[in-house]
Design a protein around this ligand. Structure first.
Ligand code: HEM
Length: 396
């Protein structure tokens, strides 16, 4: 009941000299007024504290690399171990400085992406046309521009409504006008492929937007709108149901914007196609590429490539979507086999796979060429005393 309901006019009957009573009443009213004011203010304060606790997360700015990042060669991610090698989630905490990596292959990746986009834009850029997904496309572009202009100021500059890339002399509208533009611009700004996973009404995360130009073995249209589970079941990921499904779904549900992660994997590829492995099938064809369609006839060791992805995952704070970046590191095996420890450790890792993993990695297509070569290089390294040096720590 409110104060003015309690002191209704009919409840008051005034005595002959009402002054003292009126004085008391006035003080009481003043006291109650002040009290109500203080309570109201303390409510605002407590609301303020609450909303401070719920303030939208703002991504921390990265430290700047002041030099040209494209003078640095690609990082030597060699994510295979001595002893047993299992397929695992293998996620590690990601520092904000390292969301997007750039190196001396930037222009090669950029030009390949630009050519793919020019050839068939909508094979590589897609989004589901609903509000949440459109917003996520814009948010990804905003986050990337904010990150890149601070991390690599020598390359990226924001001026008015344009973001400039000094390496390519490109200027992109910022903010982008459409989700397609936001995705394509983002793809051209970085070496990575970009995927946006959005929670659908079924409670699962689906691949609802992406800019994928360098996937190697799969086409965006084959995976578009698939749930996390379907993506991995369709790809035949070994032991997915038994070892990965539950943990991965839990991870997607629980991921918070302040806790980005990264992981690395590797594949053996039969050719030098960064954007598409032509020995796996025709890029323009309709058949899903897999080891079942692979052509390894007459394969020579110098055609074989080591393909390793560095993937990051983070939740976007505004749209709540999850961004999955896929950065491919790609070298001939004959090149990486010159690095100390690598031929020995790679051969050991490959031999440790069980049948399911071996099938998934297409081992029967290349093992008779690759393994003897790795053994020979390992022997040479031992003879030359090259593996006395310390091995780096995982992921190497
Ligand atoms: C926590 C997140 C994730 C984990 C732990 C994970 C795990 C895996 C694993 C273990 C594989 C087998 C090869 C490898 O070791 O990478 C794989 C393959 C694959 N994943 Fe994921 N994944 C994750 C997120 C995603 C997302 C968001 C997508 C959306 C595009 C995706 C798409 C694929 C595809 C297409 C393959 C097959 C690749 C190929 O064989 O060419 N994954 N994933």
């Amino acid at each position: 009941m409110e104060f003015f309901d309690m002191i209704s006019p009919t409840a008051l009957s005034l005595p002959a000299n009402p002054l003292p009573i009126l004085g008391i009443l006035a003080s009481l009213l003043a006291w109650l007024f002040l009290k109500s004011f203080t309570v109201k203010n303390s409510k605002i304060d407590s609301r303020k504290h609450k909303s401070e606790g719920n303030e939208p997360f703002v991504t921390p700015l990265p430290n700047a690399i002041l030099d040209d990042p494209t003078v640095t060669p690609p990082k030597l991610y060699r994510p295979f171990r001595h002893g047993p090698n299992f397929i695992t989630m293998g996620i590690r905490k990601l520092g904000w400085d390292n969301w997007i990596e750039m190196d001396s292959y930037f222009l090669r990746y950029h030009d390949m992406k630009a050519a793919e986009l020019k050839k068939e834009f909508h094979e590589h850029v897609k989004y589901v046309d609903n509000e949440a997904t459109r917003d996520a496309c814009f948010e990804l572009n905003e986050e990337l521009v904010r990150y890149l202009t601070h991390r690599y100021p020598k390359v990226y500059r924001l001026e008015g409504v344009k973001v400039h890339n000094s390496l390519t002399s490109e200027s992109f509208a910022f903010p982008a006008a459409t989700p397609d533009e936001a995705l394509a611009t983002s793809a051209l700004l970085v070496q990575d492929d970009l995927v946006i996973m959005v929670k659908n009404d079924d409670g699962e995360y689906h691949l609802d937007a992406a800019a994928v130009c360098l996937p190697g073995f799969w086409r965006l249209k084959e995976k578009f709108r698939m749930s996390l589970d379907t993506l991995h079941f369709e790809a035949g990921v070994p032991h997915y149901a038994a070892k990965l499904q539950k943990a991965m779904n839990k991870f997607f549900q629980k991921l918070t914007p302040d806790k980005p992660v990264e992981r690395n994997n590797f594949f053996i590829q039969l050719d030098d196609g960064l954007h598409w492995s032509h020995r796996m099938g025709d890029q323009q064809g309709t058949e899903v590429a897999s080891w079942a369609t692979a052509n390894s006839r007459g394969l020579a060791v110098d055609e074989i490539h080591f393909r390793s992805e560095r993937q990051t995952l983070r939740r976007l704070p505004r749209s709540n979507a999850i961004v999955f970046t896929i950065r491919t590191y790609f070298e001939p095996v004959t090149k990486i086999a010159q690095e100390p420890h690598i031929p020995g450790r790679l051969g050991e890792a490959i031999r440790s796979w069980d049948d399911t993993v071996s099938f998934y990695k297409g081992k029967s297509h290349w093992d008779k060429i690759l393994l003897p070569y790795l053994d020979e290089q390992d022997k040479l390294q031992k003879e030359r005393g090259e593996i006395q040096s310390e091995e780096a720590n995982f992921p190497y």
